[in-house]
Design a protein around this ligand. Structure first.
Ligand SMILES: Cc1cc2nc3c(=O)[nH]c(=O)nc-3n(C[C@H](O)[C@H](O)[C@H](O)COP(=O)(O)OP(=O)(O)OC[C@H]3O[C@@H](n4cnc5c(N)ncnc54)[C@H](O)[C@@H]3O)c2cc1C
Ligand SMILES: *[C@@H]1O[C@H](CO)[C@@H](O)[C@H](O)[C@H]1NC(C)=O
Ligand SMILES: *[C@@H]1O[C@H](CO)[C@@H](O)[C@H](O)[C@H]1NC(C)=O
Ligand SMILES: *[C@@H]1O[C@H](CO)[C@@H](O)[C@H](O)[C@H]1NC(C)=O
Length: 526
């Protein structure tokens, strides 16, 4: 089993709430409202805040409704920074754009991520296949390399020797089941949801979200050793969190990584295309300052650094607390503080083709794996812990240079780099991100709908935080908003299994969609 190899992220979740398009709105909490008639001769507008995966795809989904049903709406996308992509952006070694780019944020997606995959096809973007680029993998605990792994039969034996056969097999079963559920997100039978708990429940994920990866795996007969070494190596590289902290759904995302790919030139190219093809007005370098009720109508007033406008709908596609946007206090109080993992990303180039074996307590002649993941188990047992989350070679960066990426909780100093790459560092670039939410077990999530005509894409992140899931969350929200405020939707009224009469059983919707075309992707194909 070539498991871990490249940490990925996939996952998914799904759905939940039924929502036949014919009826007004369905949330128990929010009474249906009368849609105001627009002022004469004025095209109604939607504001999107943020031009990352979430905001750019939201614009794209809206454009599908315009294209298919002639929906008349103008869309403004506000982005405070000078680029499209948000947490998906690239850097060039030595600032030299003739060298291969390095992803500074989100770097991989997988075949099960159907929106990213489909976008790359439709937009003629080339995918780099990272599973072909074979780095040996090691797991370091601060004192020893517990495990090194290149994927051959000998390594498989070593892995089985250390963990037995059952633990890896049982873990794989859990992950496979989760990925199968995730695929329901692309079915036309899956309903829209107006809160995240419902999605998790309808997919049978309550337990996965209510327990840490460590607790959950051990309750399913997987050894502590496997959970705390092997699984933790993936949770630390993917989400900067330990297996005894992160919920199992987050843990499963990291394990669900077969066939990791990225877009040649950078994943942000997908988001640029979403925006470009949407026909929305993009406003870079424009910060949204406040969002308030527009008089007594259900419209909103959005104040930005370049002016103030009235909107019939607003989509917030950035983590609310770090957006610094001022909201009416009744709205603001609905969104509980959400801690994010503060991650240090250090990119460098080196003319050494390998890490210094001495740092890893190995003889000078040893071959050190080119991708070193970590476990905190030694620290939990009272020993030294690792000084970083992961460190890995990322291919050539020129004639006699290689690119390396380091994830860590703390800043890594020049002196520290010198210990790993004595006399061979040729370029360094440091970046701090609020990378992804802390994902402890929970049963409460941020609201998807903040108010009439006002929706929150990043409510999805504490369940799963990936590029793909942000495009899925955006799709759901665009359906909700268009339905509520424009009587429209991305694919028109849904036909389906889920008309009113069986809404009572919707939570047990069949796994297999009646649409047996496995290439079918809801939103693209309708
Ligand atoms: C180091 C790192 C590695 C990762 N690895 C992966 C990976 O391999 N695969 C994967 O799928 N995911 C990965 N992720 C997670 C992934 O990047 C995120 O889940 C996803 O990109 C979030 O997209 P988003 O559009 O919701 O938010 P963002 O990308 O954060 O976009 C929000 C945008 O809103 C803008 N904004 C904020 N406030 C305002 C305001 N007031 N006015 C105007 N604009 C504003 C921001 O500038 C930003 O551009 C990684 C993240 C990091 C940091
Ligand atoms: C945004 O600001 C950056 C840096 O200040 C500048 O280089 C860029 O041209 C600006 N972009 C736009 C679209 O205004
Ligand atoms: C993608 O490339 C193909 C072949 O080069 C071309 O026929 C097609 O029009 C392109 N599609 C888009 C959307 O650019
Ligand atoms: C690597 O780069 C360093 C610093 O630029 C230089 O001193 C050293 O000779 C180089 N080593 C090799 C093997 O090229």
């Amino acid at each position: 089993m070539k498991v871990l190899t490249h940490l990925c992220l996939l996952i998914g979740a799904s759905n939940a709430f039924e929502f036949p398009f014919a009826i007004p709105f369905f949330s128990a909490k929010v009474p249906s409202v009368q849609v105001d008639s627009p002022p004469l001769n004025v095209t109604p507008r939607i504001a999107i805040i943020g031009a990352g995966a979430g905001g750019s795809s939201a614009a794209f989904w809206i454009s599908k409704a315009k294209e298919r049903f002639g929906l008349d709406v103008e869309v403004d996308v506000y982005e405070q920074s000078s680029y499209i992509g948000g947490r998906s952006t690239v850097v060039y070694p030595h600032d030299d754009t003739s060298l291969p780019h390095i992803e500074l944020g989100a770097s991989i997606f997988v075949n099960a991520n159907k929106n990213m995959w489909r976008a790359s096809e439709e937009f003629n973007l080339t995918r780099d296949d990272f599973s072909a680029e074979d780095n040996d993998l090691g797991v370091w605990d601060g004192e020893n390399i517990l495990l090194s792994f290149a994927g051959g039969w000998w390594d498989t034996l070593k892995l089985m020797w250390r963990y037995g056969v059952l633990s890896p097999k049982r873990a794989q079963t859990i992950v496979d089941r989760m990925v199968a559920q995730f695929q329901r997100l692309y079915s036309d039978k899956t309903l829209n949801w107006d809160n995240i708990q419902d999605i998790a429940s309808s997919f049978g994920w309550d337990e996965l979200v209510a327990q840490t990866a460590s607790e959950y795996l051990q309750s399913k007969g997987i050894t502590r050793k496997y959970a705390h070494e092997f699984v933790e190596a993936t949770t630390r590289v993917n989400y900067g969190q330990n297996a005894d902290f992160i919920h199992m759904l987050g843990g499963a995302v990291g394990l669900a990584a077969t066939g990791a790919v990225g877009i040649k030139g950078g994943n942000f190219l997908v988001f640029e295309q979403f925006l470009k093809r949407s026909g929305a007005n993009g406003h870079l370098n424009t910060t949204v300052l406040s969002i308030t009720h527009h008089d007594s109508s259900h419209d909103w007033t959005v104040e930005t650094t370049s002016g103030t406008k009235r909107y019939r709908g607003v989509i917030l596609a950035a983590p609310y607390h770090s957006s610094k946007i001022q909201l009416p206090s009744t709205l603001a109080s609905q969104i509980k503080p959400q801690p994010y993992v503060h991650l240090h990303v250090t990119l460098l180039t080196t003319n050494s083709s390998t890490f210094n074996p001495t740092y890893f307590n190995l003889p000078l002649s040893s071959k050190v794996p080119g991708m070193m993941l970590t476990t905190d188990e030694n620290r939990r047992q009272g020993g030294r812990g690792p000084e970083f989350n992961s460190i890995s070679y990322h291919g050539k960066a020129g004639e006699n240079e290689w690119a390396v990426k380091i994830f860590s909780k703390e800043r890594v100093s020049d002196e520290w780099l010198e210990r790993i790459f004595p006399g061979s560092v040729t370029w360094v670039f440091r970046k701090e991100w609020d990378a992804y939410p802390e994902l402890p077990p929970t049963d409460s999530f941020p609201p998807v709908k903040l108010d009439t005509g006002f929706y929150y894409v990043n409510a999805f992140e504490p369940l799963m935080s990936t590029m793909e899931t942000e495009t899925i969350s955006a799709r759901n929200i665009v359906d909700l908003l268009l339905n509520e405020r424009f009587g429209s939707s991305i694919c028109g009224r849904r036909l389906s299994a889920h008309a009113e009469e069986d809404s009572g059983t919707s939570a047990q919707a069949p796994l297999s969609s009646s649409n047996t075309d496995t290439d079918f992707v809801y939103g693209w194909d309708c």
